[in-house]
Ligand binder design. Structure first.
Ligand code: XMP
Length: 315
């Protein structure tokens, strides 16, 4: 039977054996997978691991600074790079979801590559790829459903060998490993978040202003889930900024502003998912807060679609 403690013991031994005195560079995303991979590698090779955390500007509100603090607390050697201006520039006017992913994927590789080249003698690229990433990125029918940018691309460009210590694990196993490694619970129990971040939750083109609106709405929803003890009961949650304006009324003013959709799902592996039956009173509270506090939003909807046939993200 699978057991986190023995997984760690055997994996750390195998990593020491495989890597010897080699240097490894790893991209942190703020998510559970890359964080656990980093701590595991840090345990095996210590200072020979350098981590790079790129802010593409589409992270959650305050996420970059919060997560940097967590990483430093874990003793990881992390370089944080704010590349948001580059990404906003390249994404301007782009509406096609797969084009957005390609731009972010390529931009991420460029920034990472540039940083990694400042390091000397790096031989390996560490990645927090887990089993379902491999499955969803491979295609059985020949068509990829969505290209997940955390798999593939980098090692070829950088001429590095790939080191993926979590490749055979499912998410719940990754979390068990993180807990066993003593990582803080808020980092371990974080919801998954897509690599392209809020870029695939803004339908249509992306502007810094839209990202800021979405960050505010998203922060209210996520904080609400935490305050009501609902955060851990859902697999993933977020807000989608819709390319729709609708009529509303504030005081005695007619408004014509944006609509957002709240999305929360239950799942065990993201391959299938059901919409979370969140309490109506909770949804009402979040809706009121968003409409009252987030300038530019006057309507909140709740997504009641399951995967399949819908997907978790809207893009
Ligand atoms: P979907 O929307 O396909 O999402 O049901 C399944 C899971 O994958 C995440 N997701 C992504 N993760 N890059 C990522 O790293 C991406 O481009 C991407 N698209 C979706 C999504 O958040 C969910 O957890």
């Amino acid at each position: 039977d699978w057991n986190a403690a023995s997984f760690i013991e055997s994996t750390v031994a195998a990593l020491k054996e495989q890597l010897g005195d080699d240097k490894v560079v790893l991209g942190l995303s703020g998510g559970v997978d890359s964080s656990v991979a980093a701590v595991l590698l840090n345990k095996a090779i210590g200072k020979n691991l350098t981590c790079i955390f790129v802010d593409h500007g589409m992270l959650r509100k305050d996420e970059f600074s919060d997560v940097m603090r967590d990483y430093e607390g874990l003793g990881l050697n992390v370089i944080g790079v704010d590349a948001s201006a580059k990404f906003f520039k390249e994404l301007a006017g782009v509406t096609d979801p797969e084009k957005k992913r390609k731009i972010i994927g390529k931009g991420f590789i460029d920034v990472f590559d540039e940083e990694a080249h400042k390091l000397t003698d790096v031989k390996w690229l560490g990645q927090g790829t887990i089993y379902p990433d491999c499955i969803e990125s491979l295609s059985i029918t020949g068509t990829t459903i969505k290209s997940h940018h955390n798999v593939g691309g980098l090692p070829e460009k950088m001429n590095l060998r790939l080191c993926e210590p979590l490749r055979l694990l499912f998410k719940d196993e990754v979390r068990a490993v993180g807990r066993q490694l003593g990582m803080p619970e808020h980092l371990i129990s974080r919801h998954p978040f897509p690599g392209p971040g809020l870029a695939v939750r803004i339908l249509g083109d992306i502007t810094p202003e839209k990202v800021a609106v979405l960050q505010e709405a998203d922060a209210i929803f996520i904080q609400g889930l935490r305050d009501h003890g609902l955060y851990d009961s859902v697999w993933q949650a977020g807000v989608i900024l819709l390319p729709v304006q609708s009529v509303g009324v504030m005081g005695d003013e007619r408004t014509y502003e944006r609509a957002v959709a709240l999305r929360a799902v239950t799942s065990t592996d993201a391959m299938t998912a059901d919409w979370a039956r969140l309490p109506y009173d909770f949804l009402a509270e979040v809706s009121n807060k968003i409409i009252n506090k987030v300038k530019g939003v006057n309507r909140v909807t709740y997504d009641i679609s399951s995967k399949p046939p819908s997907t978790i993200e809207w893009e």
